[in-house]
Design a protein around this ligand. Structure first.
Ligand SMILES: NC(=O)c1ccc[n+]([C@@H]2O[C@H](COP(=O)([O-])OP(=O)(O)OC[C@H]3O[C@@H](n4cnc5c(N)ncnc54)[C@H](O)[C@@H]3O)[C@@H](O)[C@H]2O)c1
Length: 385
């Protein structure tokens, strides 16, 4: 038997609208779902954004005060898609009312805030979810299964990267992402969080890291308050300093003996959204790149091919059939968010914490904390759980 669950969304920028559209897609895409979301209330401190979201996405109410979402008796799930500096306070208040929480990565501004958030939700006993959406590409889930089935043998090498061009224009405006006070870290929290979660899912826990960082574009145009996105390009106005890193990297050693590298950058020229991994084992290898998200490159030493084979996303791979009945009729970014929201809702229906929840965000935070420590110590740093 299915039931209805009330959703409140806070922060109606890029992610708030994507999450809301995803909740609206559950009924048509996953008719077997045991819970169906109702969009109850959305909040944004920019009134026009809240009003527009209400009209276009079908919320019953909108507000400029995010605490209205938490207080609303019809809201069962608080969906946090606001800038990072608000995550801690919002989770604290949502958890205090016993509501389930979906918080976007990086879950707070720093690993310390992530840990505080995780503890708060644990103490309250609420179910949680985190937006590590790249996990949900059907061929990535296929890769996970191939590795779990031992098709690559023992994992020896792992290279994870997220090369994004969203900030590569030197006149790209100084949105909250570039300000330590609002975002916390830069590419580390924004992009390395995805790379680390993916590596955890595919290759398991990490033992130690040594990292590096750089800021290539040191000042950016002041944005117009309440207008534009972090993709906006400024004009001739004043500039302010960028206060967190554009680039972060790490040498990585896994608990299972694999070695590798993580590298992320938000200002690189060439790649646009290259969230990618290359994994090698004693009996094969796998490559995946979000820029070609419906393709997986697989090589095995079983003698069938002396080279990589391209596997196209197909109904045989987890999630694909909910979007298209045919092979190589590909999915897109927003579809990964629909799959993600579906899994979150099933965890609520089952009353059982699913993955990735706040525990996975804490595991990521522990790796990011070790990378930050290594920036200062200039030595290998162990992951401290
Ligand atoms: N999983 C992913 O792939 C992914 C992608 C992008 C962003 N994110 C995460 O999602 C979150 C939001 O990012 P975004 O790109 O949507 O940012 P955004 O700037 O597009 O949207 C943030 C929204 O929050 C609103 N806001 C700010 N202060 C508020 C307040 N006090 N009350 C209510 N609303 C407020 C802003 O007006 C804006 O509309 C961040 O934590 C980010 O790291 C995740």
């Amino acid at each position: 038997m299915s039931s209805s669950i009330g959703i409140g969304v806070i922060g109606m920028g890029w992610m708030g609208t994507v999450h809301s559209r995803s909740y609206n897609q559950i009924k048509p895409r996953f008719p077997e779902s045991r819970v169906f979301p109702q969009l109850v209330i959305c909040a944004d401190d920019v009134a026009a954004r809240a009003d527009e979201a209400k009209e276009s996405l079908g919320f019953s109410r909108s507000t400029t005060d995010w605490q209205d979402v938490i207080r609303d008796p019809d809201v069962d799930v608080v969906n946090i898609t606001a800038p990072n500096f608000l995550h801690l306070d919002m989770v604290r208040q949502a958890a205090a009312t016993g509501k389930h929480i979906f918080c976007e990565k990086p879950v707070g501004r720093s690993p310390q805030e992530t840990a505080a958030i995780v503890q708060t939700a644990r103490d309250a006993g609420v179910l949680t979810w985190v937006g590590y959406n790249y996990r949900w590409a059907p061929v990535v889930q296929h890769a996970r299964q191939l590795i779990a089935d031992g098709k690559l043998g023992r994992i020896t090498h792992y290279r994870g990267r997220f090369f994004a061009g969203y900030a590569s224009h030197p006149e790209g405006v100084l949105s909250w992402r570039f300000q330590r006070e609002a975002a916390g870290s830069g590419s580390l929290g924004d992009l390395m969080s995805h790379v680390t979660d993916m590596a955890h899912m595919l290759a398991g826990p990490i033992k130690r890291v040594i990292g590096n960082q750089a800021t290539f574009i040191t000042e950016r145009p002041t944005p117009q308050p309440g207008a534009g996105t972090h993709f906006s390009v400024g004009t001739d106005g004043p500039k302010e300093p960028v206060t967190n890193e554009d680039y972060a990297s790490a040498l990585v050693q896994f608990e299972n003996g694999a070695h590798g590298t993580f590298e992320v950058c938000r200002v690189i020229q060439g790649p646009k959204c290259q969230m990618a991994f290359e994994i090698h084992g004693t009996e094969g290898a796998i490559h995946w790149d979000f820029e070609r998200m419906n393709e997986l490159q697989v090589f095995t030493t079983d003698g069938t091919h002396d080279g990589y084979t391209t596997i196209q996303s197909s109904p045989a791979h987890p999630g694909h059939i909910h979007f298209n009945p045919g092979p190589a009729v590909g999915l897109g970014y927003d579809d990964l968010k629909v799959i993600e929201v579906y899994h979150f809702l099933q965890s609520i229906a089952n009353g059982k914490q699913g993955k990735p929840g706040f525990a996975e965000a804490l595991a990521v935070g522990n790796v990011l904390a070790a990378i930050v420590r290594s920036w200062a110590s200039e030595r290998w740093e162990k992951i401290i759980d």
